[in-house]
Design a protein around this ligand. Structure first.
Ligand code: HEM
Length: 344
């Protein structure tokens, strides 16, 4: 089972778990994270064609509690974006577990195995089970994911390059938001009106022509222009979820980006508007109940955080190498990186 695989075909089933780390449980949690890949293999080996993928993201507050290794370059807490009418809230989250597979049983089994280990040391602040709704549609009835970049463009959009952050190349910044939809209100709109909200046709999923696509449609506000010749795209793997009895219907938004500023710019366009005040009409039918940013490190780091040296070790090493230059002696290289506290 690939752990920390960011790019994949749209999954049929998903589980999203957001956890906070209990006080003084950092060492235990850091240790358990090195086991995630092995647990995933144990579950997926039994169903080789199940396409089970597990991605673990770590929030900005949790990173220095867990690791000595430096913070990924762009990791920070998600800041609330308050528009005139709608707000992108910021909610707690130290760890995100994103499980995807062909069938829900695989996601469920791995989530359960992971929580058997993490449970005593963490608190679940959100758990959402997502499903694919007919032909890749969300619960608003529109095909969701069409304009995701593919191939090389997908890698550029979502995966941190060695030039950008050599310590964490292969990782990705993950932004999640849980949206609720008042479906009765949405379904009271005509299909033509709904199409003007999204900016694409409902049945055939064709983008509306520029002269009819409103500037406050979801697509118009999220299709960012390139800057200095650089595309500004993200990879989305949104999932519908809901409960019939309580009439709760939603979309779990998940966006992977090489630079979280791209996702945040999209959110500014949606909530503040572009130009200001021209906010995304989808928000009149979608309320963000959660919002958090995480960094999903490359699997090499998740399996063994000692592969990235801490700042203090890096400067020790510099001192040592200048010493050895002085004395012309060769020193064995210092041990690099470490789990927080485990070497102190
Ligand atoms: C209420 C939650 C959301 C729903 C139901 C939703 C649904 C959709 C749909 C139906 C499309 C058109 C088809 C496609 O290309 O995928 C779309 C496009 C898109 N959405 Fe969302 N979306 C949601 C939230 C977000 C958020 C929060 C962001 C960014 C932070 C976002 C970014 C995008 C982007 C970048 C596109 C493609 C625009 C283009 O280049 O044409 N979406 N979304």
């Amino acid at each position: 089972m690939p752990t920390q695989q960011i790019l994949s075909d749209p999954a049929k089933a998903a589980i999203f778990l957001t956890l906070t780390i209990n006080e003084s449980a950092e060492e235990k949690v850091a240790d358990i994270l090195t086991d995630v890949s092995a647990l995933g293999r144990a579950v997926s080996f039994r169903v080789p064609d199940g396409d089970l993928i597990c991605v673990v993201g770590v929030g900005a507050r949790a990173w220095p509690r867990l690791f000595d290794a430096p913070m990924p370059k762009h990791l920070h807490e998600f800041k609330e974006i308050k528009g005139d009418k709608h707000t992108a809230v910021s909610t707690p989250g130290d760890l995100l577990i994103h499980l995807r597979a062909r069938t829900q049983d695989l996601c469920f089994e791995l989530a359960n195995q992971l929580m058997n280990k993490l449970g005593p040391y963490t608190t679940v602040v959100d758990e959402t089970h997502g499903f694919k709704y007919f032909d890749e549609r969300d619960l608003l009835g529109f095909v969701d994911g069409t304009e995701n970049p593919e191939g090389k463009a997908a890698v550029t959009a979502a995966v941190v390059s060695p030039e950008e952050d050599p310590n964490y190349a292969g990782g990705s910044y993950v932004l999640v938001q849980k949206y609720m939809h008042p479906l009765d209100e949405w379904n009271a709109l005509s299909v033509e009106e709904q199409e003007r909200v999204i900016g694409r046709t409902k049945l055939a999923d064709i983008e509306l022509d520029d002269d009819v696509k409103p500037t406050n449609s979801h697509v118009a506000l999220n299709d960012l222009d390139p800057v200095d010749g650089k595309e500004r795209k993200i990879i989305r793997d949104n999932m519908p979820f809901g409960t019939i009895g309580t009439k709760e219907f939603g979309t779990y938004f998940i966006g992977y980006a090489a630079d979280p500023e791209v996702t945040e710019t999209m959110l500014e366009h949606m909530f503040l508007g572009n130009p200001r005040g021209n906010y995304d009409r989808i928000l009149d039918f979608s309320t963000a109940e959660t919002g958090a940013l995480f960094f999903a490190p490359p699997v090499s780091f998740l399996d063994d955080p000692t592969t990235v040296e801490s700042d203090s070790e890096a400067s020790d090493q510099e001192d040592t190498s200048s010493e050895s230059e002085d004395t012309n002696e060769s020193h064995e290289s210092l041990r690099i990186g470490s789990l927080k506290n485990s070497h102190k």
